[in-house]
Design a protein around this ligand. Sequence first.
Ligand code: ATP
Length: 282
Amino acid sequence: MIILYREADTSLNTFDTLMKKPVETRPENSVEVASLETLEFSKVVFRHKTASYNAIDDLSFSISNGQTAAFVGPSGSGKSTLVKLLVGLYAPNEGEISFNGISSRKVRYNPLRRQIGFVTQETQLYAGSIKDNMLFVNPAASDEDIITALQKASATNLIAKAANGINTVLGENGMKLSGGEKQRISIARALLRNPRLLIFDEATSALDSITEEEISKTIRNISDRREQMTILIAHRLSTIMHADTIYVLEKGKISEVGSHESLLARRGLYYSMWRQQIGERR
Ligand SMILES: Nc1ncnc2c1ncn2[C@@H]1O[C@H](COP(=O)(O)OP(=O)(O)OP(=O)(O)O)[C@@H](O)[C@H]1O
């Protein structure tokens, strides 16, 4: 886990830096999606400029409010590229991405991005209080909003042991947090946006297996509340097995789709990844 305590005026994390990249240079990007309820990829093809193959190849899926979709697959199968397409950092070469049925070629991305909460394996907190770290994403949030978000992220023990509650200062001269505690703050921060879509991108990959299990449970509780759409991206299948639909990616294509049980019954790539990971844990 990479932990950075940054100055308050720098970006929160790499993804937020990326999210700030302007994409609304075209006048046709004028339609605002007020409350994101559905997301659809339809036969999307994307090729990096320097590549001779498609990173995303004829990919179709859809998700609507309350549902959880997971994407798994070997390194290089296109998981990161898919997320970048989703938030408009890349535009499809072919096919269509739509939000509430509106084409990505027409939507205004900045209001859309404000409805997306993102948790990565890189937890970046800056030197300031827990509250400062939370307000960064939603300056209008009240103390009560912050505490509710921390509760949903199962971070109440952390607040109970912090000397000054949410006003406790973090960082080199303040309270030191474990990897799991930092990740809980990161999850609470994503929730404080009241996101319509939550993306957990390898959110437990940098944690030891006991902490991973605890954080996975928290992620599951959050997605089980069905208050938003949830997208899980992970190598470790224990983190995603509860998803409504699991998509197995191979070389940019969906090779298998289904629930955990149905994919195990297929005895394909998902099954072999599962067998391998169970073996590693023994
Ligand atoms: N900027 C880029 N330029 C050229 N090719 C790229 C670029 N980024 C990714 N690729 C290629 O696109 C394909 C998909 O990569 P991507 O990073 O989306 O995979 P991934 O499943 O997220 O991998 P990992 O699990 O290792 O993060 C790979 O073949 C990768 O080499």
